[in-house]
Design a protein around this ligand. Structure first.
Ligand code: CMP
Length: 528
């Protein structure tokens, strides 16, 4: 086939198309491998430019020689001669500009994205790279226009003062944003991924561009704030200077409770809340004697501001449970006066109703099968209610204790630990009991019990139990049976933990020994 277009491609331009093809493939590969959205976008843009470049190249090759201003030399080659047709000139200038842009983009992907950022871990603000590319591009285009066209490029600068003023005024805001953006990025006041508050908006910085900074709020909305607005106002960066952040909570408590009790309950709630750092220490202060309550301030630390809402929720929920266990009252500000007459009779009636509920429940607990109705009633009258939230520790292995717990509602887990290793012994639900070992033997708590769900218990103390035991020794037999079974299982589990710990000590010993041998170049001595 002797089509002039194919001939042009084959003669001289073949290598160029080959290189273009390779570049397109390489760029697509990089795009496929990269997980940075910016790099992926740049790669796609580069592929577009390379394809456009190839198309323009084909167009140029296709323009007849007379228009291109070439003459055919006697040896068959082409030589510049006549003045080219304006159409040819335009296409060739566009081609050069597209080529320049592709080259700059290629340099940015290879030198900046790959070498500086990925390899050398050197963060370069987006705006800075764009500004650099833009400057190179601007100068390049001027040079192309200067050398390849008859335009008076220098004149453009001198005669366009009025136009510059007009454009400058029109772009005033945009330019303001650009320069503010540049300042923000070079100052590094915040980075993508930081949690910030600006005015009444709070969110994580999703992107910082030429014009604006984008925040993603907790409601998953995007807030777009122009850069020059940000630079004029106060911005709080929760992720700087470090990511750890202090949370302050105010809690109001009834006047009748001594601060020491309230502070202990708040400290326990903070200690049990997942996500509250152990260090820096939690700081609790008696802050104010208010109209209807004493206000306490709890200041605790968390690892990352992103989790603040979940941790606040977990902490406040635990405060309620910790207060409920200690019968600490959180008053509420009622201004209307409701007259509620509390007489000894009404109070007694309320207590009796509570006792009746506990009695009805305890009657259905297997453990108390052997007791008469009167004995169960006696126990119910002495039982108290305790409530724990999911994740809270009810009993701690090794602690002293003298109470028996009967689960009213919820679920707990019994765990035994040895030498830093733990094993689950059981999960217990409604009507199951625990805490009998320390109660009956006076020993330390043999295991740790943790609430898996919000759990309510009826708690019976040793004194109350002693009376029942004396009156009905059969109950001791019933408990001993369970106690013996549990103890056997606990000891078997403990033995397995002991063994695992001993094994790991042996392993560690032999590892250290072999390190020492390696270091001094000894060989293992053989027994003779
Ligand atoms: P106590 O030692 O007072 O405190 C921890 C409690 O965990 C213990 O009483 C038992 O009630 C309970 N416990 C111990 N071992 C087991 C087991 N193997 N299965 C179920 N509960 C157990």
């Amino acid at each position: 086939m002797n089509h002039p277009l194919i001939e042009q491609i084959l003669s001289g331009s073949g290598l160029l198309y080959f290189v273009l093809g390779l570049l397109v493939l390489a760029t697509l590969l990089v795009r496929g491998l990269s997980n940075d959205a910016h790099v992926r976008r740049r790669c796609l843009f580069l592929v577009g430019l390379l394809v456009l470049f190839a198309l323009l190249e084909i167009t140029l090759a296709w323009i007849p020689e007379e228009l291109a201003g070439f003459v055919t030399r006697p040896d068959g080659g082409r030589a510049p001669g006549l003045v080219p047709h304006p159409a040819y000139q335009v296409v060739s200038v566009v081609l050069l500009i597209v080529g320049l842009l592709a080259l700059l983009l290629l340099a940015m992907i290879t030198l900046v994205d790959f070498l500086l950022v990925r390899r050398l871990h050197f963060e370069i603000p987006n705006i800075l790279r764009d500004a650099t590319v833009f400057t190179f591009f601007f100068v390049g285009v001027l040079l192309i226009l200067y050398y390849r066209t008859d335009l008076n490029v220098t004149g453009l600068f001198t005669t366009s003062a009025v136009i510059s003023v007009v454009i400058g005024l029109a772009l005033q805001d945009t330019l303001g944003n650009v320069f503010s953006g540049l300042a923000l990025q070079t100052e590094r006041s915040f980075n993508v991924g930081d949690w910030v508050r600006f005015g009444d908006r709070e969110g994580v910085v999703a992107d910082i561009s030429w014009r604006a900074t984008k925040l993603r709020t907790r409601e998953n909305d995007l807030v777009i704030i122009p850069n020059n607005v940000i630079s004029k106002d106060t911005l709080v960066n929760y992720s700087a200077p470090t990511r750890i952040h202090a949370v302050r909570e105010l809690v109001g408590v009834h006047y009748r409770h001594p601060p020491a009790d309230v502070i202990a309950a708040l400290a326990e709630a903070a200690d049990q809340t997942e996500g509250v750092l152990k260090r820096p220490l939690v700081d609790i202060r008696t802050l104010q004697f208010g109209d209807f309550s004493i206000t306490y301030e709890v200041k605790y630390w968390i690892k990352d501001y992103a989790d603040v809402e979940d941790i606040k929720n977990a902490f406040m929920t635990r405060v309620w449970y910790a207060f409920s266990r200690r019968a600490i009252e959180i008053p509420f500000p009622i201004r209307n006066l409701y007259l509620h007459q509390v007489t000894p009779e009404t109070e007694r009636a309320r207590e009796e109703a509570d006792d009746e509920r506990i009695y009805q429940y305890l009657r259905r607990v297997d453990l108390f099968d052997a007791l008469s109705q009167e004995e169960v009633r006696g126990l119910a009258a002495r039982a108290r209610v305790e409530k724990f939230y999911a994740g809270e520790t009810v009993l701690t292995q090794g602690a002293l204790g003298d109470s028996l717990y009967i689960i009213d509602q919820g679920l707990v887990e019994v765990i035994v630990s040895h030498d830093g290793r733990s094993e689950r012994l059981a999960q217990l639900g409604p009507r199951a009991f625990f805490g009998e070992m320390a109660l009956l033997t006076g020993a330390e708590r043999s295991a740790t019990v943790i609430a898996l769900k919000p759990t309510h218990f009826f708690v019976i103390d040793r004194e109350a139990f002693r009376n029942t035991l004396e009156g009905n020794p059969r109950i001791a037999e019933r408990i001993s049976e369970t106690l013996a079974q549990r103890e056997r299982q606990r000891e078997a589990t403990l033995a397995a933990l002991h063994e695992a710990a001993a094994r790991s000590v042996d392993e560690e010993k032999s590892q250290i020994l072999s390190k020492i041998r390696d270091f001094f170049g000894f060989r293992e001595t053989e027994e003779t």
